[in-house]
Design a protein around this ligand. Structure first.
Ligand code: PBG
Length: 329
């Protein structure tokens, strides 16, 4: 592949000036590459800081426009909604997930009313923001029960679709849920609602700050290793993705992001399907804390985001997405 040798060949020639470097750039970032996560809280007039995530806030429904306006103005295609449910509204079965008055439903209605179809809305399908034990599914005899959980996830999906959600994102990792949810959507007049499957989601320590943000941290009993993937594995990610595509996923997600670039790359090489990366809360907080302490420079943010594009991701879920004007120069 390499023709020629030093001194005829000097790779530094293409780097000699800024314009020369720009000419041979292989990857770039645009606002189209981003999904902005938005945390919701009840009450009114709230913009509440999250201790473990610098510069990220929870918004009450009447303050939601503050953050959605930002996303819209910088032309980000979609926001992802995450609720911090009141402890008193959580129970073992996560019943609040099926209330049409829950935070996510209220936010969908509000955003659709105000912005129509100018911006997409993505919602997690999973029970963890609503269960008293913090797990994504129902529990019976200390086991997260797969098929019974799917029945609830179908109801949650239909409810969110009914409210106006554009993209359902099952993040629960139950077996077989994509096919069942797709079938239920199609059978209930929601054939255009897309499914973004968190198909390769690892049982990761990098979700810590998120669990703090949605208030499931203290309550989580045990870990999620019986449903989320073992981070030692990569062949298994291919099987997960292949299955979800077969079951009808329109797009697939790899999560966390930066420690899993190899997975993004191999999935993109193998399946020609939109692949998204989630730069999760722990990655965000690590970077942000190091920047705050001036251990590394702010340019590290751009570098971390470009890495996803280089690996083959089509879009990135990132808590930095509301500050892109400062990041993409
Ligand atoms: C819930 C869910 C989690 C994240 C997104 N959806 C946490 C978990 O599975 O425990 C993590 C996102 C982040 O860390 O930024 N199913």
């Amino acid at each position: 592949m390499i023709t020629g040798n030093y001194p005829n060949l000097r790779l530094r020639r293409n780097r000699k000036q800024d314009w020369a470097r720009r000419l041979v750039q292989e990857n770039t970032l645009s606002p189209n590459d981003f999904i902005l996560p938005v945390f919701l809280i009840d009450g009114s007039n709230k913009k509440e800081p999250i201790k473990s995530m610098p510069d990220v806030y929870r918004y009450s429904i009447n303050r939601l426009s503050q953050i959605v306006d930002k996303a819209l103005n910088s032309k980000i295609p979609m926001v992802a909604l995450f609720p911090k449910t009141k402890t008193t509204q959580k129970n073992v079965n996560g019943d609040e997930a099926l209330s049409n008055k829950n935070l996510v439903c209220k936010a969908i209605v509000e955003i659709k009313k105000r912005y129509k179809n100018q911006i997409g809305i993505m919602c997690d399908v999973a029970l963890d923001p609503y269960t008293s034990h913090g797990h994504d599914g129902l529990i019976k005899n200390n086991e997260i029960i797969n098929d019974e959980t799917i029945e609830v996830l179908i109801k949650q999906s239909l409810l969110q679709a009914e409210m106006g959600c554009d993209v359902l994102a099952p993040s629960d990792m139950m077996d077989g849920r994509i096919g069942k949810i797709r079938k239920a959507l199609d059978g209930n007049n929601h054939k255009n609602v897309q499914i973004l499957s968190y198909a390769a989601k690892y049982a990761s320590s990098f979700y810590g700050p998120f669990r703090d943000a949605v208030g499931s941290k203290g309550s989580l009993k045990g870990d999620k290793k019986t449903y989320q993937m073992d981070f030692r594995n990569s062949d298994e990610a291919i099987r997960e993705i292949a299955l979800d595509i077969k079951e009808g996923a329109d797009m697939v997600m790899v999560k966390p992001g930066m420690p899993y670039l190899d997975i993004i790359k191999s999935i993109k090489d193998k399946f020609k399907i939109p692949v998204f990366a989630y730069q999760v809360s722990g990655e965000y907080s690590l970077l942000s804390n190091a920047i705050q302490k001036k251990i590394i420079s702010r340019d590290a943010i751009f570098e971390s985001l470009i890495a996803f594009k280089r690996a083959g991701a089509n879009a990135i879920v990132s808590y930095y997405a509301d500050r892109l004007d400062k990041i993409i120069k």
